[in-house]
Design a protein around this ligand. Structure first.
Ligand code: C2E
Ligand code: MG
Ligand code: MG
Ligand code: MG
Length: 279
């Protein structure tokens, strides 16, 4: 009797495990199909000068629109793409697509507009990454000075020397580098001191704490001061209110991005939005 019960339980257990695994395999199959059917697209969120509100550039953000019209957020499918190796071709597509869009914006009369592109750590660490970057930029014929790569500090964990060398190589090409989600990792401070970058993106979590009475925890203010000390431009992520914007300006932050200014939007909408700004 006990044997049968045990066997029953064991079957149940393995069945539930494989259900989770099946779900992941399903999602990965769907993602592969979506990628080849061109159902992935990029949304662009403006990055602005906090004082003037003028758009300085945009960040390209990956979107997956399923057949039934649902939009799956990148946080849900990027980890899966990373683990399966699919992030390498997807990342290359992101770079190519964002560069083409940048070229189009410049041709439409937005000189100096910059394009920020997220690079995941598996993509960054891949030996073929820099050659891919060179190839793609050469092909797109876009001014590399207008391209910025957003890296998170996770790229450097356990690979500090290799990361420093690669960042230096990329910056020698004329591309700028931003450190994304700053302050959320385990070793932000020590890593920041050792990486040579251009821009520091303060994580939304610290901006959220700024209310009408100011910066309570003081973290946003500290990060901005740190950025100034290191001669970096600071950009606040997730700016949602006028109060936050005002306090950020007082704290000395130069740039911002968030729903207060604009939500991420498809390419066509960005073009309309920019045309409206220039009027
Ligand atoms: P991230 O690079 O930190 O991007 C900023 C995220 O904050 C975006 O989420 C954006 O939609 C959201 N956001 C912007 N302003 C506001 C605001 O005012 N309030 C709130 N609540 N949210 C705001 P999204 O698009 O869901 O992207 C999530 C993450 O996925 C990104 O975080 C980035 O790490 C990753 N990701 C997106 N696209 C790519 C890509 O092409 N390649 C790679 N490797 N990662 C990507
Ligand atoms: Mg980013
Ligand atoms: Mg970020
Ligand atoms: Mg963030």
């Amino acid at each position: 009797q006990a044997k049968v019960l045990n066997r029953g339980r064991a079957t149940c257990f393995s069945a539930s495990l494989s259900a989770a695994a099946r779900e992941r395999i399903h999602m990965l199959t769907d993602l592969r199909a979506a990628f080849s059917a061109e159902h992935l697209y990029l949304a662009y969120q403006p990055q602005v000068d906090l004082i003037s509100g003028r758009a300085l550039g945009a960040e390209a953000l990956l979107r997956w629109e399923t057949e039934d019209g649902r939009s799956i957020p990148p946080d849900q499918f990027i980890p899966l793409a990373e683990q399966s190796g699919l992030m390498i071709p997807i990342g290359e597509w992101v770079l190519r697509t964002a560069c083409r869009q940048l070229k189009r914006l410049i041709d439409l009369g937005h000189p100096g507009f910059r394009m920020a592109i997220n690079v995941s750590h598996t993509q960054f660490r891949e030996p073929g990454f820099v050659p891919m970057l060179e190839r793609t930029l050469e092909h797109c014929q876009v001014n590399v000075q207008l391209i910025e790569l957003e890296l998170t500090e996770s790229v450097a964990i356990g690979h500090l020397d290799a990361t420093r060398a690669k960042i230096a190589e990329i910056r020698r090409m004329g591309i700028s580098v931003a450190l994304d989600d700053f302050g959320t990792g385990y070793s932000s401070l020590s890593i920041l001191k050792q990486l040579e970058i251009d821009r520091l993106k303060i994580d939304r979590g610290f901006i959220k704490e700024i209310d009408e009475h100011g910066d309570h925890s003081g973290i946003a203010g500290l990060v901005i001061a740190l950025g100034r000390q290191l001669n970096l431009i600071t950009l606040a992520e997730g700016v949602e209110s006028e109060e936050q914007r005002r306090h950020l300006i007082q704290l000395g932050c130069q740039e911002g991005q968030g729903f207060l200014f604009a939500r991420p939007m498809p390419a066509g909408q960005l073009e309309t939005w920019l045309a409206g700004q220039n009027r």
